[in-house]
Unconditional design. Structure first.
Length: 233
């Protein structure tokens, strides 16, 4: 199999391993759900202005729901794994590279969520407890890698919106995807494309996300909490 296909499938296997670990430990699973719920709320606080923006609301919501959401993406991931070999053979190298980055981001995020859940004391997670767990888990280089991957995926989606053939291809694939049981994956791809196209340029949006996520990481590692500055609330 193609090396990139191996990387993508390896990322999906890592995600599946994290899920299996949680399923074997109901207490850990509950704490990880609380971590994901906290992060979802944190994103809403940090990006309240973007979520209320006419230009950026849908893209911010896409990040919130599809990249930071607490939902279980097992169905989408299983569909994804089924099409990886064909995707690598049929799609342009740049698109495959973006999918590889997305897989790595997904795996890294799930690993962090499990690690955070493993070090918190209870499912009642507040700002101080979350910050303490963040510092206990550590791995600042991997936290920066997580941000860089998120930005790489966003930048790629922005570039793809300038290719009308890609959107047409996605639309044509809607019926076959549904018939093949790939509806969840198809919906994710279409949402990502459509929301970034509506921004009419994502540079400011992505620069804002980069600055705030890096500021957040620095604040947490230096002893602060995830509460955003008051002028953003």
């Amino acid at each position: 199999m193609n090396a990139q296909a191996d990387l993508i499938l390896h990322s999906l296997q890592e995600v599946a391993a994290e899920r299996a670990r949680r399923q074997a430990d109901p207490g850990l699973a509950a704490r990880v759900r609380e971590v994901k719920h906290y992060q979802h709320q944190r994103f809403q606080r940090t990006y309240a202005d973007l979520l209320a923006s006419a230009r950026y609301a849908r893209s911010a919501q896409f990040f919130l729901d599809d990249l930071y959401g607490p939902e279980d993406f097992t169905q989408r991931d299983e569909q994804f794994a089924r099409v990886v070999p064909g995707l690598v053979r049929m799609f342009p190298r740049e698109l495959v590279g973006t999918v590889t980055a997305l897989g790595e981001l997904h795996a890294l995020s799930e690993q962090f969520d499990t690690a955070m859940g493993a070090v918190i004391d209870s499912a009642a997670l507040g700002d101080a407890e979350y910050a303490a767990a963040w510092r206990t888990v550590g791995r600042p280089a991997d936290r920066e890698r997580q941000i860089a991957l998120m930005l790489a995926v966003g930048s790629a989606l922005d570039r793809y919106t300038r290719n009308p053939l890609l959107r047409t291809s996605l639309r044509i694939m809607r019926g076959p995807a549904a018939a093949a049981g790939l509806g969840a994956l198809q919906g994710f791809l279409e949402r990502g494309f459509d929301t970034f196209r509506e921004m009419r340029g994502a540079s400011e949006f992505l620069d804002t996300v980069a600055a705030r996520e890096r500021e957040l990481a620095a604040r947490l590692f230096s002893g602060g909490t995830a509460v955003p500055p008051s002028n953003r609330v």
